[in-house]
Design a binder for this molecule. Structure first.
Ligand code: DGY
Length: 318
């Protein structure tokens, strides 16, 4: 039986299994295994993870490909322009991981500003000597200003959280001077990037990695942040210059950096491991059971719908 759906993981929840009941020609096999490579020849659908970049060369080996499903909202690991050219549909998982990712961005911010990792390490080391007036003093956020890059659902969800803890919120997005964005509450004003940065006591990144946003924050732009600013990234590595941010942190010009995503993850710039005032997480933005199940459901429904639609269109043409 030739493979119709080629998936690299059975995802969280029962949905891949359900898809297999409807399409028995489904095969789950590791990314780039010999079976995966052989399956490309007949595959009509590929299901991949955000850590599994597909190349144009891969897709050239898939003459029957109709749809690619990615278990992520981000699609920067896919050759999007090439897919458009060939009419290959991309199914991703927008909407269902908005709150989980915004929650994680807030977790990074509060962990950094309230020195949670240091406090926990102190307690676990057995070195804690008791309450003290100046023990691990952090930074309050109420009354401070939060700059957000990106006005999509996750940026807006983070804006509501920042507002709820008393911050003033500004945002920048790629669209420039477009109609107002509805943040759900009257909180956020759009600013040009170079005006937003000097005001941002906290800068949180919520834009996709695209040709426009890759390298958006180089050394000069990062240096526009006010002294002591906190930088949070739950979007993608590659949007800011990691080495420049580390240098600013070393010089005491940045107050702290909280990262869930990295350039070239999971290989880290070794500088991060030694960097003070950082909280580093292994890309956990969408990592709740509820969210990962919702992502699986959305993805499998999208694949099924795509295959059926394409099937119907083909039989109408015949
Ligand atoms: C995604 O799905 O693109 C996010 O990075 C998950 O954290």
């Amino acid at each position: 039986m030739s493979i119709r759906i080629l998936a690299t993981s059975s995802l969280v929840g029962p949905y891949i299994e359900h898809l297999g009941l409807r399409f028995p020609e489904l095969c789950v096999t590791p990314f780039r295994s010999p079976e995966w490579t052989a399956g490309l020849a007949s595959a009509e659908a590929l299901v991949v993870l955000l850590s599994e970049p597909l190349t144009e060369e891969d897709l050239e080996r898939c003459p029957n490909l109709k749809v690619i499903g990615t278990y992520s909202v981000g699609i920067n690991h896919l050759p999007v322009a090439y897919c458009r050219q060939r009419g290959i549909r991309i199914v991703n998982t927008p909407g269902v991981l908005t709150d989980a990712t915004a929650d994680l961005a807030l977790t990074l911010l509060l962990s950094l500003t309230r020195r949670v990792s240091e406090g926990e390490a102190l307690v676990r080391s057995g070195q804690w000597k008791g309450w003290a007036t100046d023990l691990l003093l952090g930074t309050g956020l109420s009354g401070k200003t939060c700059g957000i890059l990106g006005s999509g659902p996750i940026g807006r969800a983070f804006a509501r959280r920042a507002w709820a803890i008393g911050m003033t919120v500004f945002f920048w997005d790629r669209e420039g001077n477009q109609p107002p964005v509805d943040f759900g509450v009257e909180i956020a004003e759009r600013l040009p990037l170079d005006e937003l940065l000097p005001q941002s006591d906290v800068l949180s990144l919520h834009c996709p990695l695209t040709d426009t946003t890759r390298g958006l924050l180089g050394r000069e732009r990062l240096a526009l942040l006010p002294r002591g600013a906190f930088l949070i990234n739950t979007a993608r590595g590659g949007i800011f210059d990691e080495q420049a941010a580390m240098d600013l942190l070393d010089e005491g010009r940045l107050g702290g950096i909280g990262l869930d995503v990295f350039d070239n993850e999971p290989t880290l710039n070794p500088g991060w491991l030694a960097a003070p005032r950082t909280v580093l997480l292994p890309h956990l933005g969408s990592a709740t059971v509820e969210t990962r199940e919702a992502m699986s459901r959305l993805l499998c429904l999208g694949i099924e719908e795509s295959l059926r639609t394409v099937g119907r269109a083909a039989s109408r043409e015949a």
